[in-house]
Design a binder for this molecule. Structure first.
Ligand code: ATP
Ligand code: MG
Length: 421
């Protein structure tokens, strides 16, 4: 079954709110195997809402409209529905009573204008709200169906779960669209696409999509099948092939965040980690501690923003601060060793660099040194992160966590220039 979502509201066009309704509905439609080919957003204008719904009906079996069902003048979805069906609005006494009762129960006086929510296109079915006052409207037009739901997300979701999705599931039969996401760090999106190109060329089930951002690339495989098990069986071999082709840049085949991967590996190895953070200002620790149960392996972090703090808290040498400076291999190495010994951790991880927009201590913005101190070795890696401050910080976190992942998985450490003590 093909379903089209139409978001109504000028505030969506003006960028004042994001169309999270369409996002949520998209996910739920995929779960029941309904095909969403188009989404539309339209402002609060009768003619344009009407033509949006007509366009959607011309290419979908069912249309889900959200928004514009309230009691104010700008809420005109009901009028558009009546226009699409070529019928008049009629006031339903039972709906009007329901609205009155709702206000009475809440001990509030009802503005007369609220009764327009009892106006429904002739012949339409309604969905009774549990929370809000606006009933949903279900209208059949020429063998196709329009569902009009309130814009308020909780009210919309309630009607989707209670009525729309169950009805669509019956029409579409047993079907589901499932995805698996393989996440990669340390390889460009274009290179990944090149390596996988022949595999999925012309494949429609599963399909493949690439999403780059935040210092990683996500490769998403999506399959449609009559059951979740069947979809998993279609995707599974593809995931295995992707893993074989891409090798050790793959951080997860089940959409885990890198901090989850590192946490899982540390827990499995029974090892602990401590950090020393300069340019990231504690955000690496935030990520590590986000994972439930992180105290099993995450001991703590020193946020050492100024050179004197690096020295006082972690024992970075004055010669290092005066000589190579804070954005250097030496400083990263001493910070990692300092964090490891101060916290008594198995692994010390450090980050020092220039987040930008200015350079720092002679290093251009985006220059970051990562230090790792574990077992009998110390390892440092320099990266050049692109973008603004936030992006440099994010890339730094990714590269640092990925270095720990590589260590724990026994993979080669990137830019390996190990110094054996
Ligand atoms: P109300 O009875 O509150 O007027 P309504 O059905 O008329 O409901 P709108 O007036 O269009 O809906 O939107 C009400 C509120 O719901 C908006 O202010 C916004 O916060 C939220 N909303 C509307 N549409 C969306 C959407 N597509 N995505 C996310 N939130 C939305
Ligand atoms: Mg409204």
């Amino acid at each position: 079954v093909i379903v089209e979502v139409v978001g109504v509201g000028t505030e969506l066009l003006l960028g004042q709110i994001a169309d999270t309704n369409a996002q949520w509905i998209g996910g739920r439609l995929a779960a029941i195997g309904a095909d969403a080919l188009f989404h539309q957003v339209v402002g609060d204008n009768l003619q344009r809402i009407t033509s949006s719904i007509e366009l959607a009906l011309s290419r979908a079996d069912a249309v889900i409209v959200t928004g514009g069902l309230g009691p104010t003048q700008d809420d005109i979805t009901r009028h558009a529905l009546a226009a699409v069906a070529g019928v008049a609005l009629e006031r339903r006494p039972e709906l009007a009573d329901g609205i009155r009762e709702r206000f009475a129960r809440a001990g509030r006086e009802m503005p007369e204008s609220n009764l327009v929510q009892a106006d429904v296109p002739a012949g339409a079915r309604t969905i009774t709200p549990e929370r809000g006052t606006a009933p949903g409207i279900v209208l059949d037009v020429g063998g196709r169906r329009v569902y009009a739901l309130p814009g308020v997300p909780v009210e919309m979701r309630e009607m989707m779960e209670g009525t729309v999705l169950p009805e669509l599931a019956v029409t579409s039969g047993p079907a589901t669209i499932q995805s698996r996401t393989v996440r990669c760090v340390g390889m460009a999106e274009s290179r990944i696409a090149e390596l996988l190109d022949d595999l999925f060329h012309g494949s429609t089930n599963p399909t493949i999509a690439y999403l780059a951002g935040g210092g990683e690339v996500k490769v998403r495989l999506t399959a449609k099948a009559s059951s979740a098990e069947e979809a998993a069986a279609l995707i599974g071999p593809g995931v295995e092939t992707v893993l074989t082709r891409l090798g050790d840049v793959v951080t997860s085949t089940s959409d885990e965040e890198l901090e989850e991967v590192v946490g899982r590996l540390l827990r499995a190895a029974g090892r602990t980690i401590a950090c020393a953070e300069s340019l990231t200002g504690g955000s690496l620790s935030m990520r590590l501690s986000r994972v439930p149960g992180a105290s099993d392996y995450f001991l703590g972090s020193a946020v050492v923003y100024r050179p004197a703090s690096k020295r006082a808290l972690l024992g970075v040498l004055q010669e290092t601060l005066d000589g190579p400076g804070v954005v250097s291999r030496e400083c990263a190495a001493e910070m990692a060793a300092g964090a490891r010994s101060r916290f008594g951790a198995d692994v010390g991880l450090s980050l020092t660099g220039a987040a930008g927009p200015e350079g720092h201590d002679g290093a251009p913005p985006g220059t970051v040194w990562i230090g790792l101190d574990a077992d009998e070795r110390t390892h440092q890696r320099r990266i050049r992160a692109p973008g603004d401050r936030a992006m440099v910080v994010r890339w730094s976190e990714q590269a640092a966590l990925d270095l720990v992942r590589r260590l724990l998985e026994g993979r080669p450490l990137l830019d390996a220039e190990p110094v054996v003590r």
